[in-house]
Design a protein around this ligand. Structure first.
Ligand SMILES: [Fe+2]
Length: 244
């Protein structure tokens, strides 16, 4: 492949990750009552930003101490924001030919690590409030439908979170495919995704997907895949995800 072709391919590949991560998906997070998800404050339209805490640093005392909250938010979470922006910038430079394509693996890993850290920490802060609160409306019904009861959901999430191997997260999420809630463990927090990304178009590069024809030439398979890629389907799914 010539240099331009390689550059175009990189642009196409990396743009998929950027578009899905990006953030247009968050912009649609307004519910039927007109409530806008404060999670959106984690992105200002051009870059990731560190949202201010929705409460005072000491507001979660004595359950979550002021010093830990301060360091966790101002140092750790801020570091993820810087890292995610640096990765997005570097990937744009690779697409533009200003950095070598050989760096893409490094920066995709950085994007997954820091981007997931930013997404999950933004949700972590919003998922706490002084005194706690109870589920309401359709969400309370969904907890019962998905787990049997609100208490069963609480116990499941507690057990799942407590048994995460090494560093990670307990996650209560929504799976559109089943229209139900789901509890997951996340080890570390990336491996190698940005949590919250909705897949639009995927390429299987397990060896079973290409080895009979392409043997060890994965790159040739990926190039050939672009000849059969269904971008119209991805376009329709993108519109559906955004509620367009
Ligand atoms: Fe953290």
């Amino acid at each position: 492949m010539d240099r331009m072709g390689r550059r175009d391919a990189l642009r196409n590949l990396a743009a998929g990750a950027a578009a899905a991560g990006g953030l247009g998906v968050a912009a649609s997070a307004v519910n039927a009552q007109g409530w806008t998800d404060p999670f959106n404050e984690g992105f200002d339209g051009s870059e990731f930003v560190l949202p201010e805490l929705p409460y005072a640093y000491d507001a979660l005392e004595p359950h979550y101490d002021e010093e830990t909250v301060t360091i966790h938010h101002d140092k750790h979470h801020a570091g993820y924001v810087r890292g995610a922006n640096a990765a997005m910038e570097a990937l744009a430079e690779i697409r533009g030919g200003d950095r070598p394509g050989s760096e893409i693996k490094h920066w995709e890993r950085q994007l997954a690590f820091a981007g997931s850290g930013h997404v999950l920490h933004t949700l972590f802060w919003l998922g706490m409030t002084p005194g706690g609160s109870e589920p309401t409306g359709d969400f309370a019904d969904a907890m019962e439908d998905s787990f049997g009861s609100v208490e069963a959901c609480r116990e499941h999430l507690t057990a799942a979170t407590g048994s995460v191997e090494a560093s990670g997260w307990g996650i209560l999420g929504y799976l559109p495919l089943t229209d139900s809630l789901i509890i997951l463990q996340a080890e570390k927090h990336q491996n190698l995704t940005v949590q919250g990304v909705v897949p639009l178009l995927v390429i299987d590069v397990w060896e079973h997907a290409y080895y009979l024809k392409y043997q060890n030439n994965r790159g040739d398979f990926v190039q050939a895949w672009w000849e059969i890629a269904n971008l119209e389907y991805a376009s329709m799914r993108y519109a559906a995800v955004r509620g367009m």
